[in-house]
Design a binder for this molecule. Structure first.
Ligand SMILES: Nc1ncnc2c1ncn2[C@@H]1O[C@H](COP(=O)(O)OP(=O)(O)OP(=O)(O)O)[C@@H](O)[C@H]1O
Length: 496
């Protein structure tokens, strides 16, 4: 709908249309100002004269707004969007909705709705989101780097924490370990090699992708006895040694590769001592229910992180499924699960773990959770600064999105493809958002909205580092170091 107004309207502003069928809420999607005096201006002098004419003539300016119809206000208050069958007739008056109108829609006083900021164009209205919907139907947080993704993740986590919910963040850049909120449980992610299959073990040991014979050697050596052995590495080495020493004609052909695998296993024990731990038990047992669990995967290589992530996702889905079967099943089964309540899992750098152009095991399990998780109370939060490189299949399973500033057209296209309901006009706004501004769409709000997200004070890291300050400090420290060393030299001389 197009409206001609007495003042310029801002994009993202809400308006009320007083139609015969009832009050309708609309969103300004595009706004323009034109001046009759400037219509045929061809040079500077004409422009100069037109400025004077425009100033005198009050009728000179035309304020035009394109308004997307959101539905009848009455229904929106109840969380339903019913679009009128016929458009309002020309001449229908429009007005500003009242504070109460907007609050009923954007900040409902209902259980499960929590504040994450304020409407960008109506700053007095709190913007709330429905946490139940993101755990049940998943969430995507997409934005260029530095636009406030981690801040929003921290805020959502903090809010879930207040409700004693369980959150797990796979922290690839060590962004959240310093998050200063109560009930936080920081875990250095480790991998128990016993729990992997041969292909996964090959990935964490960093055997090259194309090294098929080395992979074959590892498959042969990684037997059930190795998995169950008290001395995991020793037994694995013995099995490879067995291949090296074999006189069997066929096995002899792969001896050179077996030597290489021997080196790789030896090297991995040294290099990945802190990461690969056959005696750690079940990694899931370190995750605590009712806490914010930060799984620090920053020490892991990309491939290792992928294997670890796949493992955790697989185990979590299994646990939630088992819990659901025991709770809803008719037969009385023994308790074989760990978590009693829903879990929200956040995957940062989703373009690395859930890539568009190749398959990874983390992607397989993330896609499975995206499809099935809602039945078992396992919600997925996908965070990325490169939406164009995230698998569209997974993205389009996400029920809600927070989209912050995004300039790249490929990224915008991918978002448009993943979020059917997002109107093109809102996507066009993405380039002009500031840090902390977000377009919220999907089931976690009653209506698509433009909001400014609250800044989380408890988040210590994240701000761009000042190189200039750091250099100045380093220079000072150097001077102190030189002075103190000189002091030592003198003392040494005195001692001499
Ligand atoms: N809602 C907000 N209001 C004001 N400032 C904000 C807001 N959100 C983030 N910032 C500021 O912007 C900076 C970057 O924020 P943040 O680390 O959340 O971005 P990011 O998108 O996660 O970046 P990266 O991709 O590098 O991890 C921080 O200094 C933070 O204080």
């Amino acid at each position: 709908m197009t409206a001609i107004t007495s003042r310029p309207l801002s994009v993202g502003e809400y308006i009320k249309i007083d139609s015969d069928e009832g009050e309708i809420l609309g969103l300004v999607e595009k706004s323009s100002v034109s001046s009759a005096a400037f219509a045929d201006v061809k040079n500077f002098d004409e422009a100069s004269e037109s400025t004077e004419i425009a100033e005198i003539n009050k009728r000179d300016k035309t304020y035009t707004a394109h308004i997307g119809i959101l539905g009848f206000l009455e229904n929106l208050r109840k969380g339903q969007s019913i679009i009128p069958a016929v458009p309002p007739i020309p001449g229908t008056p429009i007005s500003q909705p009242t504070k109460e109108d907007l609050e009923a829609i954007f900040s409902p006083e209902k259980a499960g709705w929590v504040k994450i900021g304020n409407l960008l164009r109506e700053k007095s209205i709190e913007a709330k989101i429905n946490l139940d919907k993101i755990v049940a139907r998943h969430l995507g947080i997409l934005a260029m780097t530095g636009m406030g993704k981690s801040n929003l993740v921290s805020l959502i986590t903090k809010q879930i924490g207040k409700l004693k919910g369980t959150v797990i963040i796979f922290d690839y850049h060590n962004d959240y370990t310093t998050l200063n909120i109560p009930r936080i449980n920081v875990i250095d992610a480790k991998i128990n090699p016993r729990l992997l299959d041969a292909d996964q073990l090959s990935e964490v040991l960093e055997i090259r992708d194309g090294a098929n014979v080395q992979q074959r050697v590892l498959r042969m050596a990684f037997t059930k006895q190795v998995k169950e052995s008290k001395e995991f590495w020793k037994k694995l080495e013995t099995e490879v040694e067995f291949i090296v020493n074999s006189e069997d004609k066929k096995i002899k052909e792969i001896r050179t590769s077996a030597y290489r695998v021997q080196d790789i296993i030896e090297e991995a024990q040294r290099r990945f001592e802190d990461i690969l731990d056959p005696d750690m038990g079940d990694p899931i047992s370190f995750i605590k229910e009712g806490r914010t669990n930060i799984l620090n995967i920053s020490e892991l290589s990309e491939k290792q992180a992928n294997v670890a992530l796949a493992f955790y996702l697989q185990q979590l889905l299994k646990d939630r499924k088992d819990a659901s079967i025991v709770k809803h099943g008719r037969s009385k089964r023994e308790r074989n699960y760990k978590f009693d309540s829903p879990i929200f899992v956040i995957i940062e750098e989703a373009h690395v773990f859930i890539p568009k152009d190749h398959d990874t095991s983390a992607k397989y399990w993330a896609a499975k959770i995206a499809r099935e998780g809602r039945k078992f109370g396992l919600g997925l939060g996908i965070v990325s600064q490169r939406p164009r490189s995230v698998d569209l299949n997974v993205l389009s399973q996400l029920g809600s999105f927070a989209i912050m500033k995004i300039i790249q057209e490929d990224d915008q296209r991918q978002i448009a493809a993943a979020t059917e309901s997002t109107s093109r006009e809102l996507i066009a706004q993405l380039t002009s958002l500031n840090v902390g501004d977000a377009v919220l769409v999907g089931q976690w709000t009653n209506l698509p909205s433009l909001v400014h997200v609250e800044e989380v004070k408890e988040k210590i890291m994240g701000a761009d580092q000042s190189a200039v300050n750091a250099w100045a400090n380093a220079e000072k420290m150097n001077e102190i170091a030189v002075e103190s060393t000189q002091g030592l030299v003198k003392k040494d001389l005195l001692l001499d």
